[in-house]
Design a protein around this ligand. Structure first.
Ligand SMILES: CC(C)(COP(=O)(O)OP(=O)(O)OC[C@H]1O[C@@H](n2cnc3c(N)ncnc32)[C@H](O)[C@@H]1OP(=O)(O)O)[C@@H](O)C(=O)NCCC(=O)NCCS
Length: 271
């Protein structure tokens, strides 16, 4: 083999190896970052956590997520069997079963822990809290992605079961003991079996609307849609007749102040 060929091969091997280790380094530092956050959220969310030493030693939910981070890292490296073994040791020690493939974001807090099951294709966003007895599982009828996706800041109450490849939206709360088999809208609270929303965007579902200060104003709505249409027309006009552009923009600037006054009036400011 010629020298040039050898050098080329050596270069290819070195850059491939470098890329491989850099990639691992990235994953490792992401895992370490997530672990730091897992520890700090306990002190943020549990008033009973009084010191770091107590947090590190007395929270089986924390032990479970630390072991899971390790299992998940090995799983991502495509290591055979060992990740499942770590997961089983985790279950034996903490009573919490998390499949190594489950993709869990930063700041995950399992309070009290025991009896939690998290399935293989589960995805969990950042800052999620779950309590003892929660199952993020499958219905037994699906294949492929068959476990839930929990977006950021979701809370799942004690004993709740979220089943199937459902999506639980940001900031949603699932009440203790609920069984959820459909998507949950963001910013809502779902309770019962089957889970039904009792609160959406901070307002009770099905309750009489007693917000008398923010009544809909059809005249203001009509005005706004007329103005929107007018602006669209002006913009279309500008692109069709570029030579008129300056003139139109001047007129638009002059009209803006008057339009603002009209809107303020319809929003209730009076004249
Ligand atoms: C659902 C929860 C988050 C409260 O949310 P919220 O938006 O404040 O809801 P509200 O308390 O206003 O309750 C709304 C309705 O749902 C009902 N409800 C609340 N939690 C419920 C639950 N877990 N199961 C069934 N119904 C429930 C309420 O009775 C109320 O019904 P009503 O409108 O007929 O009176 C809370 O009740 C809960 O279950 N938290 C989990 C806490 C937990 O797991 N703790 C374990 C500590 S060890």
């Amino acid at each position: 083999m010629g020298l040039a060929k050898k050098t080329g091969l050596l270069f290819l091997a070195a850059s491939g190896g470098g890329y491989f280790w850099l990639n691992r380094g990235g994953e490792l530092s992401r895992t370490m970052g997530a672990i730091r956050r897992d520890v700090s959220v306990i002190q943020e969310r549990d008033p009973a956590a009084t010191s770091m030493i107590e947090t590190l030693t007395c929270y089986s939910g924390l032990h479970a997520i630390l072991l899971h981070r390790m299992a998940h890292f090995l799983y991502e490296q495509k290591m055979p069997v060992v990740p499942r073994l770590v997961s089983q040791i985790n279950r034996f020690l903490t009573g919490i079963e998390i499949h190594p493939a489950a993709d869990i974001g930063e700041g995950f807090f399992i309070d009290h822990g025991s009896g939690v099951v998290i399935g293989e294709t589960t995805e969990v966003g950042n800052n999620v809290t779950i309590y003892q007895g929660v199952t993020l599982g499958g219905t037994g009828k699906e294949t492929g992605k068959r476990h839930p996706t929990l977006r950021d800041n979701v809370t799942v109450g004690a004993g709740a079961k979220v089943l199937g490849s459902v999506i639980v939206g940001e900031n949603a709360k699932i009440g203790a003991g609920s069984i959820v088999i459909h998507d949950v809208p963001a910013d809502s609270t779902v309770v019962g079996n089957p889970g039904r929303p009792v609160r959406e965007r901070g307002r009770k579902v099905g309750a009489a609307d007693v917000d008398w200060t923010h009544l809909p104003d059809p005249v203001a709505d009509a005005m706004q849609s007329l103005v929107r249409r007018l602006v669209e027309l002006e913009n279309e006009f500008k692109s069709t007749f570029p030579e008129k552009r300056e003139e139109i923009e001047k007129a638009q600037q002059q009209g803006e102040l008057e339009l603002d006054r009209v809107f303020e009036y319809y929003r209730g400011s009076g004249i």
